[in-house]
Design a protein around this ligand. Structure first.
Ligand code: G6Q
Length: 543
């Protein structure tokens, strides 16, 4: 593995001079020069098709990006992750979300212990719990069946479960209602339980640490809500609360029977945990068989990432293209545009996965980077975005690479909807790439003064990801595709995608401000003048 700074590496330097040669090329020219481009610049693995031909790359660009991956030791880094090396060096942890989907019998050793049997033990325990809830066998304190399942968690303990629930709603048990409470804002809790009967409600308290302020505040509120609704009998807690955590002691302290605790391990990062016990609500919603299919999907993509040559490796290609735009075109953001309503929370999920992972500016060697790292990810499902922010992507001043995600089949075949939806996706990618010239606008008889307004420059790059249908397995593949693309980017940038120290400072400051807001006495404030004034005003307005 190269220890040279990234910007000194030969492939990087070659990419820099190559960029100045190709940056001016238009996708129109690239397609005209190679009639086979739309077939050639594609890759397919485990049922996921990636068309990356509408990117501002030539064969030479791809060759250099692949060389960069080799030079930066991507292969060794992939092997190290799958092997269970402690690649999260700032927390001295292995990074083994891939072990969560390892088949029974595979051996992955961390600190001298094979972790795979424990993974399957938890999965089996989750399955038996999910079956009991789904079959109505698990009864609440007063003997009623559970009809409402509320996941309380935040960040990695929320975004994966809520995204997966929405993505797989078609497969979910419609007799059960699922809610997800994450924000410490009481509005979130109040609305989730509005109109619900505590006797029919089960809370899944999902927290790796079981100390997170938001989750613990919501969990205590839930506890009071249940006790108030069920006559104050503490023994009700066991029937209405289960926990997903690595911290048995804290779970016990909260009053949850550790027999109803589903464990995971420090080698699972929060944002990589939706396929661990953190997916308990997902499993209750869609059933154990579908959850296992989800894991199979993850595993297929893991195997592809681990073994495929980089030139045909979907996550590697996507990761390298992200580096190409971020570092050489200075693109600040990536839009993720799923043409599938069930994936409406996928962009929000990806925001954490990508931005908490690669939003770093210090290298593994402790040096400040002198290149761009993780981009801002954002998006909305198509076609809604078309009627709002696509204007800026088409005609604004920013270069925004887009990931279009679509499916050949719909789960709800009604009339012409699906063809119309997909026609829009293909059309947007086409319009972004090829645009419309002034000559074309004029030829339509447009008034001369309007011509510049109606020109589409084009040359806006995109990937198109096409799969058959949204099902559990495909969702697993899609999430793993992005997980490994994020990994690829982190490896090139020589940063640690697996810590998140950047979330700490605000948390600490909030702890200092809470008593200043709550105190009956006027507190002595020692913040900056803006924070002092805001706190003072809030206290006055809150009287
Ligand atoms: C994710 C982060 C973070 C974490 C939440 C919740 O990678 O670590 O989003 O998931 O802060 O933490 P707990 O699960 O410990 O409550």
């Amino acid at each position: 593995m190269s220890t040279k700074p990234l910007t000194d590496s030969p492939a990087w330097k070659a990419l820099q001079s190559h960029h100045s040669e190709v940056a001016g090329l238009h996708l129109r020219e690239l397609f005209a020069a190679d009639p086979g481009r739309g077939d050639n610049l594609t890759a397919e693995a485990c049922g996921i098709f990636l068309d990356y031909s509408k990117n501002r790359v030539t064969d030479k660009t791809l060759e250099l990006l692949l060389r960069l991956a080799e030079e930066r030791g991507l292969r060794e880094r992939i092997d190290a992750m799958f092997r269970g090396d402690k690649i999260n060096i700032t927390e001295n942890r292995a990074v083994l979300h891939t072990a969560l989907r390892a088949p029974r019998g595979q051996k992955i050793v961390v600190d001298g212990e094979d972790v795979v049997p424990a993974v399957h033990e938890v999965l089996d325990k989750m399955a038996s719990f999910a079956d009991r809830i789904r079959s109505g066998q698990w009864l609440g304190h007063t003997g009623k069946k559970i009809r409402n399942v509320i996941n309380i968690g935040i960040g990695g303990s929320d975004l994966g479960p809520v995204m997966a629930y929405e993505a797989l709603k078609f497969y979910s048990d419609r007799a059960l209602r699922f809610e997800f409470v994450s924000n410490v804002d009481s509005d979130d809790f109040a609305e989730a339980v509005h109109g619900l009967d505590p006797a029919e409600t089960l809370f899944v308290i999902s927290s790796k640490t079981f100390t997170t302020l938001e989750t613990m505040t919501n969990a205590h509120t839930a506890r009071e809500w249940v006790l108030r609704g069920l006559g104050g009998d503490e023994s009700a807690i066991a029937k209405h609360f289960v926990a997903v955590s690595t911290n048995a002691e804290k779970v016990r302290e909260f009053g949850i029977d550790t027999a109803n605790m589903f464990g995971f391990w420090d080698w699972v990062g929060g944002r990589y945990s939706m396929d661990s016990a953190i997916g308990l609500s997902t499993m209750v919603a869609v059933g154990p068989a579908n959850f296992r299919a989800l894991l199979d999907g993850f595993r297929e993509m893991d195997e592809h990432f681990r073994t495929a040559p980089f030139g045909q490796n979907l996550p590697v290609i996507m990761g390298l293209l992200a580096v190409w735009y971020g570092d050489f075109f200075d693109a600040q953001t990536v839009a993720v545009l799923p043409y599938e309503q069930y994936l409406k929370r996928f962009p929000a999920y990806l925001q954490q996965l990508t931005m908490e992972s690669n939003g770093k500016s210090i290298t593994l060697d402790g040096q400040h980077v002198d290149y761009n790292t993780g981009a801002i990810y954002w998006g909305e499902p198509g076609t809604n975005g078309q009627h709002s922010f696509y204007q800026l992507i088409h005609q604004g001043t920013h270069l925004i690479p887009c990931d279009f995600i679509g499916f050949a089949k719909t789960l709800n075949p009604i009339g012409r909807h699906h063809d119309i939806l997909m026609a829009n996706m293909f059309a947007q990618a086409e319009a972004l790439a090829f645009g419309k010239t002034a000559e074309e606008v004029r030829a339509e008889g447009t008034r001369e003064d309007l011509v510049p307004h109606r020109v589409f420059e084009g040359n806006r790059p995109s990937n198109t990801i096409l799969a058959e249908v949204v099902d559990p397995k495909t969702l697993g593949k899609l999430v793993a595709l992005y997980e490994h693309s994020v990994f690829t980017q982190g490896a090139i940038w020589n940063i640690n995608p697996f810590d998140q120290w950047g979330v700490e400072l605000g948390k600490v400051l909030a702890q200092r401000i809470i008593p200043e807001l709550e105190s009956r006495e006027v507190p002595t404030l020692n913040h900056d003048s803006s924070t002092n004034a805001l706190i003072t005003r809030y206290r006055r307005m809150n009287q």
